[in-house]
Design a binder for this molecule. Structure first.
Ligand SMILES: [Zn+2]
Length: 276
């Protein structure tokens, strides 16, 4: 079983409400699945990073599960973006094609030929999770397997797709799923709410994760960072699983379980608060 672009193409066919919120440089679709008609909007997104492709089946599995949990459907409305960076996932899984214009550029810039253990960026060598307009800065100067923030904030189609979805929906809860570390990041430059800190700590304990405050380069230009900065609502980066990326398939079962625990835990808290 491979969890690349063909996986998500097949999976979206099994859901009723599916839209396309963006197209990548290599013309792949960025899909969004909506479940529920309640008043409380929520956004969950995964696979911002190529090597972290197992976050996609973990989130899709939760979407299937949530589809059956009809008791929630008149309370919340969830938008799932299970694969933000399909080009990056494909490069991490299947390597690079020198006949592809973008790939050729990458090979020239980066000077590597084995992408299977390093590729986090999109097809232009930009790290989506350093391309958001939140304390944006470039750590490295050129396209790279990881941590290149792009020429300017929101330069990438994947970033713009996520930004415009969040602007449209203004979710009360936004989770960006990554791997690995079994951690929940909840802050950005001290702008997070007290509630986010309390909830992250409590839900982390429930899942056997650690709630952490991001330090240094771990926190800037990320999706969660931007959302906390712009809307001051609950937003988290969840690092699923534990080990070295790409995580082995044997981790998936645990990642599925943890995604369920964390999502349902935070959804229940939102509903209890009667948040609108
Ligand atoms: Zn990541």
């Amino acid at each position: 079983m491979s969890y690349g672009y063909s996986y998500i193409i097949n999976e979206v066919k099994t859901f009723k409400n599916v839209s396309i919120i963006g197209n990548t440089t290599e013309h792949r679709n960025i899909f969004c699945i909506r479940i529920g008609e309640g008043d409380i909007p929520i956004v969950f997104a995964a696979s911002f990073h190529g090597l972290e492709y197992l976050t996609t089946p973990a989130l899709v599995s939760f979407a299937h599960n949530f589809d059956k949990m009809t008791q929630y459907h008149n309370k919340v409305q969830i938008y799932f973006v299970p694969m933000v960076n399909p080009d990056g996932v494909e490069i991490a899984l299947h390597g690079i094609n020198p006949s592809n214009f973008y790939h050729k550029k990458i090979i020239e810039h980066v000077g590597i030929t084995d992408f299977s253990n390093v590729w986090q960026a999109n097809a232009s060598g930009v790290d989506i999770n350093h391309n958001f307009n939140a304390d944006w800065k470039s750590v490295c100067k050129a396209p790279s397997p990881t941590k290149y923030g792009g020429e300017f904030p929101e330069s990438e189609p994947e970033t713009r797709a996520v930004v415009s979805l969040l602007q449209q929906i203004e979710p009360e809860l936004f989770i960006a799923f990554h791997s690995q570390g079994k951690e929940i990041y909840y802050d950005f430059n001290g702008m997070e709410s007290e509630l986010a800190r309390t909830n992250a700590t409590e839900i982390a304990r429930l899942a056997g994760y650690t709630a952490v405050r991001a330090e240094g380069t771990a926190s800037f230009g990320g999706a969660k960072d931007w959302y906390v900065q712009e809307y001051h609502k609950e937003a988290y980066t969840v690092e699923l699983g534990f080990g070295k990326n790409p995580l082995p398939l044997s981790q998936l079962e645990g990642m599925v379980k943890d995604t369920n625990t964390i999502c349902i835990g935070l959804i229940d808290k939102l509903i209890q608060r009667g948040c609108k």
